[in-house]
Structure formats: C-alpha cells, structure tokens
Design a protein around this ligand. Structure first.
Ligand code: SF4
Ligand code: SF4
Length: 149
C-alpha cells in the first residue's frame, strides 16, 4: 500500500473497492476526479490538519486501498459543509462520499473502540459549542429586539 513516500504495493490493491463505493449514492462521479486538488485547497479541515486531504482519499479509493481508507480516523473528520463539492469542477460529491465510507467502515468492522471514543468526544464538544453559539445568538437578538409587554 501507499507509504509516506507514496509507494503502492500492487499485491494489496483491492480493485473491487472503488466499484463498491461508486455503487452507493454519492459515489457516482468518483472516476471523474482528475486530482486537481481544489477540494483540498478549500477544505477547513485540511487547513487545520494537512494529513486530511479529500484529493488523497479519492486517489486511495481509486487505487483500491480499502483498509487504509476505512480504518483511517480521517473519514470521520469531515464537517459535511459541502464547500469542496461546490467548487469541484467534476461534480464529485465528496461529503456524500464520506458518508459512504463511514457506512462501509461500520458495516465491515473497521471502526475500532479508539476511533469510536474520539468520534463521541468530538460530537460531545460540537454539541456544547453549538448550544453556546445558539444561546449567544438568541440572547443578542433579544437585546436588539426586546419583546414589548
Ligand atoms: S476538486 Fe473534484 S476533481 Fe478536483 S481533486 Fe477534488 S474531487 Fe477531484
Ligand atoms: S465537506 Fe468535508 S471535505 Fe468537503 S470541504 Fe467540508 S470538511 Fe472539507
């Protein structure tokens, strides 16, 4: 498989993987990707973690790297913000592709307890953050537009 130097072991490539991903809604345009990197350049997660690269994940799927992709915590980092999809010149729906990968990772038992704990922790923090942001917005609106009694 792909090493840090970018080498690939052809004996470990799973050629059915890409077809499997393509068979789910969201995976349809996978083979149209021409690796321009626009998705990675505009991704807010790639900005904070350079190890997260939509372009690379797509290449890995196309190269049949099932285990690397489905066991990677990176497939759980996507915010599903659709920014990459909006700018993709080939209409590759990467956020929906992420959902497919997450589904396959669970179905095929690639999710370890360590990854599950990390996902739960991120979800918990996101809920707290969302609650505080909504509260801040509601309080601000109340100050700007007090209800007349
Ligand atoms: S922007 Fe689209 S075509 Fe370009 S690398 Fe990303 S998915 Fe592929
Ligand atoms: S949908 Fe996911 S991969 Fe695409 S830009 Fe947003 S965080 Fe990045």
């Amino acid at each position: 498989m792909e090493t840090k130097e970018g080498k690939i072991n052809i004996n470990e490539m799973d050629f059915k993987f890409a077809e499997e991903v393509i068979s789910y809604p969201g995976g349809e345009h996978l083979r149209k990707c021409f690796a321009c990197g626009t998705c990675t350049a505009g991704c807010p997660i790639s900005e904070i973690d350079e190890a997260f690269s939509p372009r690379r994940i797509i290449r890995q799927i196309l190269f049949g790297m099932r285990e690397e992709v489905l066991s990677s915590p990176a497939i759980w980092f996507c915010l599903i913000c659709y920014r990459c999809y909006a700018h993709c010149p080939q209409n590759v729906n990467f956020p929906d592709l992420m959902r497919v990968l997450q589904y396959l990772a669970i179905k095929q038992n690639y999710v370890t307890s360590d990854i599950l704990d990390r996902i739960k922790e991120i979800d918990k923090r996101l809920q707290i953050l969302r609650h505080d942001l909504i509260k801040y917005d509601v309080d601000k609106q109340k100050q700007l537009h007090p209800v007349k009694k």
